[in-house]
Ligand binder design. Structure first.
Ligand SMILES: [Zn+2]
Length: 713
């Protein structure tokens, strides 16, 4: 989820740790170099979105639909996003500390205000029982806020690691240090974690995934346009600056930075693209230890498993064999001196958030300003609240839900989910393009979708994670070690179906194809997505469309390859599959056509899954809403809009927002979610029910010509 590296840098190591949670096929929004949370899932928000500035946000401000958001100078049939939210956009410019700003971000900011109170209270309590969750979150947050201690510690926390890197003298020592850094959450070239076996979803296996880049994507290393070349120059200058801050000789840092660039470019060239990684078959290659010996002769997996403490692992999924082959080759062909510079850079880079302000500022200078266009750092308390959420999310989340998630919210959300499932069931029964055999399988899959709402029934046990009040660097390092071990320890054990891939305050949701489950954290079950005090039209257009979106992921370009049990297994007849692929192609073509800025278009093949889910989600939500009206007199107009029209206004409202031009470029390159204005208009321009509600005639911009109208679910 999301891509605000410039904003979310606090706890950068934890970003890697989160990557470890999930599987390789998935795709949440990310602009960091590594997959972030919920890699096994598809999320709605585009990840942990950006956040807001300082003021306390009242989510009830978004209650209902505020007609002051409208821009009546634009016709709904010309540009519905602008019509519905033009005045909102004008009144809500992007705050200086954010790369993007919208309703997701406003709600996240509200949730962070709640976390702030919780953390300040916990920090003041010096009498919490040692080892309790309250002690941990209070001490973690305190250590993060204690900038005096961080300044006076300087680089000391990294010194043992610098010494280990400096001592590398042969390939065994190189591998040992790469592994050691990974266990502490440092990006040293690839990611190792556990995953469900795509073809046997009851099994947890190990998984190795490409990584090791400091820029947001492999393509940043290979593109030759002027902006990309300039960005690489800025990146090299940033690497040099960070190495110089870390104590390297001023006369050598420029050459060192070029060495880092050359090494990362080799990794990038060996990496699969994001579009290639969307196909689960491309990233599924289970190999035994014997296979691995041949595949990566210089990278010994036996030694690796031994060192991480799980010597019994006998096979893993190597997501990208060509990448690992290249990596293994580089371990012997690239001079150790180059590896040492690279590992030192990755160590400093991954640790920047917990280091003195000179590191934090330079890190922001590149990742926040240059890359995303953000003007200033988030307030420290926000960075520390996010870091606590990243390391101790379920300890913090337990207090959060007590404070902010009344049991009624769960009951209401549940009711809506059941109505959406019923609507999708009806839709599957009547779809004209699907034959009876496939239809039956689709219905079985729908019937098997598991549901999680609000927060986990079983909370994570942090007892093995010791948190101190005095050292933030130590807390992050230990937290990342705890997480690495927790995730690796799942290998070979039965799948834990109670586990969550997002923390409770998260403003997002996901579908996991291996679990065949939809998950809605407490953080999103609030206005403007859902509010019990407003009319059904807005709630179905908002939260209903979100629920429909996640359900539809079970039937998007990736989800459709997994069966009811979460196994990668075809359940389509050849003819129905062909039909489905043609319909997916319609969505690809549609989004390829959206121009972000002159010369830059959305990448249809990257955003196809999210766009199918958006279209399917709002279609199913609309059908469910219609069912609530059946047999009743039409609800009265509110503010001059019919209930039908308000449904679509409610949908548009959740996408209100904008992003800085720099951030838009990062997202178009890395985020499987289209930009928000295209998410709103893209879906609705395919829907006859929308054009009917607003009386749009054929030929208006919001009505795609019948031949190119996409409809899947
Ligand atoms: Zn999604």
């Amino acid at each position: 989820m999301q891509g605000d590296r410039g904003e979310t840098r606090m706890g950068n190591r934890s970003v890697l740790v989160l990557a470890v949670l999930a599987l390789a096929m998935s795709l949440s929004a990310q602009t960091g170099s590594e997959p972030k949370a919920a890699v096994a899932s598809m999320d709605i928000a585009g990840g942990c979105a950006a956040l807001q500035a300082a003021a306390t946000i009242d989510p009830s401000a978004a209650r209902g639909f505020d007609v002051a958001s409208l821009d009546r100078s634009v016709k709904p049939c010309d540009d519905f996003f602008q019509f519905a939210g033009g005045s909102w956009l004008k009144a809500n410019p992007i705050p200086a500390a954010y790369a993007r700003w919208g309703n997701f971000d406003l709600l996240r900011a509200h949730n962070e205000d709640v976390l702030h109170e919780i953390l300040e209270t916990a920090a003041k309590n010096q009498n919490a029982e040692p080892g309790s969750n309250e002690q941990k979150i209070g001490d973690f947050y305190t250590s993060c806020m204690n900038t005096d201690a961080i300044e006076s510690a300087g680089l000391k926390p990294l010194e043992p690691e610098f010494e280990r890197i400096a001592a590398i003298n042969n390939v065994e020592e190189l591998q040992a240090e790469i592994t050691h850094l990974q266990m502490e959450g440092v990006n040293s070239g690839f990611v190792f974690r556990s995953q469900q076996d795509y073809k046997n979803s009851t099994k947890v296996i190990g998984g190795a995934v490409q990584g090791g880049l400091g820029l947001p994507d492999r393509d940043y290393y290979t593109k030759t346009d002027e902006k990309s070349v300039k960005l690489r120059e800025a990146y090299v200058a940033h690497v040099a600056k960070m190495l110089s801050l870390a104590g390297d000789d001023a006369g050598s840092v420029d050459a060192e930075a070029k060495t880092v660039m050359a090494l990362e470019t080799k990794l990038a060239e060996a990496s699969l693209t994001r579009v290639e990684r969307r196909n689960p078959d491309n990233v599924y290659h289970v190999m035994s230890v014997a296979d691995l010996k041949t595949a990566t002769p210089s990278l010994s997996w036996e030694r690796y498993f031994h060192q991480i403490g799980f010597p019994a692992i006998d096979s893993i999924n190597v997501a990208e064999p060509a990448f690992f082959k290249a990596y293994s080759g580089m371990m012997t062909e690239t001079p150790y001196a180059d590896w040492k510079v690279y590992l030192r850079w990755q160590l400093v880079h991954s640790s920047a958030d917990g280091l003195p302000s000179a590191f934090v500022d330079e890190d922001f200078n590149f990742y926040g300003k240059t890359l995303s266009g953000t003007q200033e750092l988030l307030p420290r308390w926000k960075r520390c609240a996010r870091a606590t959420d990243a390391e101790l999310g379920e300890a913090l989340g337990q207090v959060y839900v007590k404070k902010a998630f009344p049991p009624e919210s769960k009951a209401r959300a549940l009711e809506m989910v059941h109505n959406l499932i019923a609507a999708l069931r009806d839709d599957l029964a009547t779809l004209d393009w699907m034959g009876p055999e496939t239809r039956k399988q689709a219905q079985v899959k729908l019937g098997a979708i598991a549901l999680k709402i609000g927060y986990p029934d079983h909370w994570r046990d942090y007892s093995a994670y010791k948190v101190v009040r005095t050292s933030y660097a130590e807390n992050v390092e230990k937290g990342d070690e705890f997480e690495f071990h927790r995730v690796a320890a799942k290998i070979g054990k039965p799948v834990d179906r109670t586990e969550w891939g997002m923390t409770p305050p998260t403003v997002n949701a996901y579908y996991s194809p291996s679990m065949n489950e939809i998950v809605f954290p407490a953080g999103i079950l609030q206005p403007p997505f859902y509010d019990a005090k407003r009319d059904d039209a807005l709630n179905y257009g908002g939260m209903g469309a979100v629920i429909g979106h996640e359900m539809t992921h079970g039937f998007d370009d990736q989800g459709a390859k997994f069966d009811a049990q979460g196994n990668l297994k075809n359940w389509w007849t050849p003819e129905d599959l062909k039909n489905f692929q043609a319909r997916s192609q319609c969505v690809i073509d549609q989004f390829d056509g959206y121009e972000v800025e002159p010369g830059l278009h959305e990448n249809g093949k990257l955003v196809v899954g999210e766009s199918i889910a958006d279209l399917g989600g709002v279609t199913i939500a609309h059908a469910a809403f219609e069912k609530t009206l059946a047999g009743k007199p039409a609800p009265p107009e509110i503010d001059g809009f019919s209930a039908e029209q308000r449904f679509f206004l409610g949908f548009a409202q959740i996408w209100f927002g904008s992003a800085r031009p720099e951030e838009q470029r990062v997202r178009v390159a890395t985020d499987p979610h289209p930009l928000q204005r295209f998410r709103a208009n893209g879906s609705l321009s395919n829907m006859p029910s929308f054009s009917k509600a607003f009386g749009c005639s054929a030929g208006s911009a919001m009505v795609r010509p019948e031949k190119t109208q996409c409809r899947i679910w």
